[in-house]
Ligand binder design. Sequence first.
Ligand code: HEC
Length: 136
Amino acid sequence: MQKMTIFTSVFTIAFALSMPLSVTFSAALSIWTFPSHAETPEALRERQEQGKTLMITKGCSSCHQLTKLPPAKGLVGPPLDNMAAQSYIAGVLPNSRENLTQFLLDPQKFHADSAMPTPDITQQEALRLVDYLWKE
Ligand code: HEC
């Protein structure tokens, strides 16, 4: 009888302890993992600003027109307004953020006769340019 009581109380204490512990643990875990998945508006704005700067520094603006970026008035390539709403990239590649990133890294891989020279950009810079081009 006494053994049973001890067993029960040990079990109860263990259970009482384990509940808050697991709750605390999962709360701590979610706080820890949350920022890496969260997209704050500020972070997105910052990436778009970097993309905007790259449009100029990487020479895109000398070949492309973009209404929201007045210095970009090149007429060698097509205007890049409403890029997010366009169905195809360069008329050959279904439009998506991923495909646009790949196109910017190597246009001729997708359109062999493309007059667009391969930009001198890193994968990260291509992602920033896409963030900016897809901005409303
Ligand atoms: C020397 C001129 C030139 C430069 C510099 C240039 N492009 Fe282009 N771009 C073109 C031409 C020409 C096309 C059309 C290519 C095709 O249809 O294959 C094009 C196509 C594109 C397209 C597809 C547009 C559409 O309507 O499908 C995007 C997006 C693009 N360029 C973005 C950029 C970005 C971003 C940069 C800078 C990193 C850049 N371009 C630099 C000439 C240029």
